[in-house]
Design a binder for this molecule. Structure first.
Ligand SMILES: C[S@@+](CC[C@H](N)C(=O)[O-])C[C@H]1O[C@@H](n2cnc3c(N)ncnc32)[C@H](O)[C@@H]1O
Length: 252
C-alpha cells in the first residue's frame, strides 16, 4: 500500500485490516474526501478503503461499501463492528444496479472492482446517478492497452478489462466533467520492497518495518506460478494492461 501511494496515516487507520487489501491503486490520492462527506465505496471487498474513507469523513460523515459478494460484505460488517466504526456499513449490491436514490453521495471511490464489471458504462452511469451535483469519483482499475488475441486463453478478469482508450470518451458521453485518467503509476509489475520480517508476522510489524534492513529487490509477476496460465509467461503484462485511476465530477 505504501508503494501504491497510501500515506502512513492511512495505513495506520486501516490497521490490521490493511492485511485484507485487494486493490490495484490508491483512490484516496484523488478522492478529496472532506469532513462530513457521504462516501460510497464500490466493490468494497473486505472494507480497507472504506475504513480509510471513514477516517477522512469523520463522525459527521458516513461510508457505505457495496459488494456483490455476500461473504465479503459479511466480513467487512464484522470488522466495522469490532473496529467500532459506527459511520461505516456494507451492503450486498451490484454496481450496475445500485440500491440508492439519485444524488446521494459526495464522493465515490472504488479499487480493483470496476475492472470486473461486465458492463462498465452501466456501472459508471450508476455512479453519475447516485453522486450529488458537484460530487466526484476516484476509481482505480486495470485496463487493456491492446486487443487481446482471440485464440489465447486469458484469465477471465483480463477478458473483462476495458480498453484504456475507451475510458475518457465513455465518461464524457455519460456527462462527467473534470475527467482525469491518471496513468502516472500504471505498470502491472511492481518492484516492492518487503522487509523480510513483515512477510510472516502479525500487525506489530507495521511499526518495526522502518527499522528493517533493506531486503533483496524482487520483481513481481502476474499469474506467475499458475500452471493454467503458464502459456502467458512470455507476454509482457506491462504492454497488455495498465493500472489507472479514473476521476471526474458530476456537473452542478
Ligand atoms: C479485487 S477486489 C477489491 C476489493 C477492495 N476494493 C479492495 O481494494 O480491497 C474486487 C471486489 O469487487 C467486487 N465486485 C466484483 N463485481 C462486482 C459488482 N458487479 N458489483 C459490486 N461488487 C463487485 C468483488 O466481489 C470483490 O470484492
Amino acid at each position: 500500500m505504501t508503494r501504491l501511494g497510501y500515506t502512513k496515516d492511512q495505513i495506520e487507520t486501516a490497521g490490521i485490516d490493511a492485511y485484507n487489501y485487494q486493490g490495484v491503486g490508491c483512490p484516496h490520492l484523488f478522492a478529496n474526501i472532506k469532513e462530513g462527506a457521504q462516501v460510497l465505496d464500490v466493490g468494497s471487498g473486505l472494507g480497507v478503503d472504506s475504513f480509510i474513507a471513514a477516517g477522512a469523513c469523520g463522525s459527521t460523515g458516513s461510508v457505505i461499501g457495496i459488494d456483490i459478494s455476500k461473504g465479503e460484505v459479511l466480513h467487512a460488517n464484522t470488522r466495522a463492528e469490532s473496529r467500532k466504526s459506527e459511520n461505516t456499513i456494507f451492503i450486498q449490491a451490484d454496481m450496475e444496479k445500485m440500491p440508492f436514490p439519485d444524488n446521494s453521495f459526495d464522493n465515490v471511490i472504488s479499487n480493483g472492482a470496476f475492472c470486473l464489471a461486465p458492463n462498465k458504462e452501466r456501472a459508471f452511469r450508476e455512479i453519475h446517478r447516485v453522486l450529488k451535483p458537484g460530487g466526484s469519483f476516484s476509481v482505480c482499475c486495470t485496463t487493456l492497452l491492446t486487443r487481446l488475441e482471440d485464440q489465447v486463453n486469458w484469465p477471465v478478469c483480463m477478458r473483462v478489462f476495458m480498453p484504456l482508450k475507451d475510458a475518457e470518451p465513455m465518461l464524457e458521453n455519460i456527462g462527467f466533467q473534470d475527467i482525469k485518467v491518471d496513468q502516472s503509476d500504471s505498470t502491472m509489475t511492481l518492484d516492492i520492497l518487503v522487509p523480510e520480517d513483515e512477510l510472516d508476522q502479525g500487525e506489530n510489524n507495521m511499526q518495526s518495518s522502518e527499522n528493517s534492513t533493506q531486503p533483496e529487490k524482487k520483481r513481481q509477476g502476474v499469474h506467475v506460478g499458475s500452471p493454467e496460465f503458464s502459456h502467458l509467461k512470455d507476454y509482457d503484462m506491462d504492454k497488455l494492461c495498465a493500472r489507472v485511476t479514473l476521476c471526474g465530477t458530476k456537473p452542478c
